[in-house]
Design a protein around this ligand. Sequence first.
Ligand code: FAD
Length: 445
Amino acid sequence: MVTLHLEELFQMRETFMKVNIVGVGAGPSNLSLASLIHPTGLSNQFIEKRSEFSWHPGLQLPHATLQVSFLKDLVTLADPTNAFSFLAYLHETGRMYQFLNAQFDAITRQEFTQYLHWAAAKNENVCFGEEVERIDFDGDFVVATSKRKLRAECISIAVGKVPSVPHFAEQGIGETMFHSAYYLAHSHRLAGKRIAVVGSGQSGAEVFQDLLNRNGPDAPDQITWVSRRERYAPLDDSPFTNDLFMPCHQDYFSSLPAPNRRAFLKENVLASDGITESTLREIYQSLYLRRFVRDAPNTVNLLPNRAVENVSRDGASWILKMLHGDTRQHEMLPVDIVIWATGYKNATFDFLGPLEDRLQTDNDEIAVDSSFAARWNGPSSRPIFIHNASREQKGLSDPNLSLTAWRSAKMMQRILGRPFTSEPESSSVCWGPHVALPGQALRTA
Ligand SMILES: Cc1cc2nc3c(=O)[nH]c(=O)nc-3n(C[C@H](O)[C@H](O)[C@H](O)COP(=O)(O)OP(=O)(O)OC[C@H]3O[C@@H](n4cnc5c(N)ncnc54)[C@H](O)[C@@H]3O)c2cc1C
């Protein structure tokens, strides 16, 4: 006689459960879609490999703030009445008045993480501690996870991005050289060390600021902040720049030829990758206080306009080889620890292996249509939605929270086959062909 353990019986019962939608990953992108689906009655399962919710845990520094308005939450810009909004979170956790009275210029990343955690915990369709390993297609999608198999009509892939370091540094990654995404995991190793932070986006600035704020026995011996940019440049958070993060601009951007799109991304990089002005001010003030008020020994080196070209070992030290952008001379910097704050790149979708040949690409990205569904040779009633992996096709806002709710609404529209939310408002700026004002004669040359 064969005896089955309870766990095996449970797995057998779940085998080939069929749902409308399976989501891969439960970061903000898929949590947004899961929240919009929740009231519709469509069956869904969102599968997350982490054992519990977390959002960029290696950089959850206590004073780090959100770089966008808290209204750019999971749902509000697509459906302000949805029960998973940030305002619903404030209300349900009994802090609405005090949140208003606190008058934050920007909310902390810690509180936004708590909100995301709350939204994930409240949604019974979000499953943690389970990894999607393989997706096949036999008329429906067949999703194999580390725990079970599911059938689905739609797939929603939101696996985020992975840390990126220069190829010459890859071999040395370990305890003394790591990406800023793992900063907190290594932060106990930094006291008394000579440290180089490479990269001057928001992550590099936050790491540098945290190192500057360390005192006494926790303080590093030296801190050097290296940047390829010519200066420590602010995020452009001004009103007209923020219009670039509206649905109408994303539509316009997508309609442009690839060379125009690439040029635009390069030209406007500081609209998304600069440093928040308040962070720059705090860093500048810390440096001022160290130098003029506390008369502290000078242990800080600011080195902009240097491209790091190589890193090598010299005994226990790392030697950074840097090229100065103007003098064109090389400089060598010996340090004990290197922290690469050099950004992120698209994750590979290994679990899509069986379908890979059926997907169209657009340069290095999977090509997506206006509803963010992959262009593939399967039936259009079986969409594979892709979040946060189409920056070259969709623009600066793709990896950002700004259009997360709108992107999910576009997917909902495709799933439901009808408009999901009202048409997004248009900007006052005319991005594309000139539209004549009433009575204005329009001429094109
Ligand atoms: C430090 C930091 C701060 C940021 N702050 C802001 C900000 O203030 N404002 C803003 O607009 N943007 C910000 N961003 C941009 C950021 O990309 C988005 O905020 C957001 O995290 C994107 O969400 P996502 O769900 O697409 O990806 P992620 O948040 O990366 O989530 C992807 C999830 O997929 C899971 N996963 C991966 N593979 C599998 C698998 N095979 N099976 C199951 N699960 C899987 C991962 O475990 C992960 O939880 C920040 C980025 C960083 C790095």
